[in-house]
Design a protein around this ligand. Sequence first.
Ligand code: SF4
Ligand code: SF4
Length: 207
Amino acid sequence: MILGRVIVLGLYHDPEHPEMDWWEEGRSTPGDRILYGMTTALSRWLREVHGREAHDIPYAVSDGGIYLKDAAVLAGLGMFGRNNLVIVPGFGPRIRFRALWTDLEVEALPLRECLSPCIKCGRPCQKHCPQQAFPGGHYSRERCLSRMDADKASVASRTSDTTQKESVRHCRNCELFCTASFFPSPVLCLRTGRHQGMIALQPEDVK
Ligand code: SF4
Ligand code: SF4
């Protein structure tokens, strides 16, 4: 049986270009379409140039996708922040992910410990949540989803002509208020391994 590997790609979503994140029924977002182009091109290159099996992994778990944020952390791209988003060194939580599968077999990668940028932060990400979706400091998926559903319903109620599609501009407060944009990983690393995998040390871990 071939297990293969998952390759995770990330794309910076510049707040100066919010339209990259505007969601359309059946089309996802422009940013995700760019990522899809990247994973399909990389898959094609692996197949045609290197003779590997490779294909894009669907975005939604319900369509056969994977938990992309967890995969990104395991791949060493970043660490989970208090906002339940992956904080990527140099880019903060403003990265969207997509993945592809390939039959390449590579050695498993060790994780390393890094100081979380959340340790000395006053949690503006949580304080600016319009849904109070961080009760007790922990992310409530249910509360966040209720906001996303409301965002979609609000657009649907404004759009009477079903041939005209209006994009949904979902809430991004926990992302946009995050102060960790310029968090540089190598400087804050407590213990380095051969690889870049990271796990975040939270305040309770640091004596
Ligand atoms: S996306 Fe908006 S509603 Fe959801 S957790 Fe973040 S700030 Fe709260
Ligand atoms: S705003 Fe602060 S506490 Fe929230 S995720 Fe960013 S660094 Fe962490």
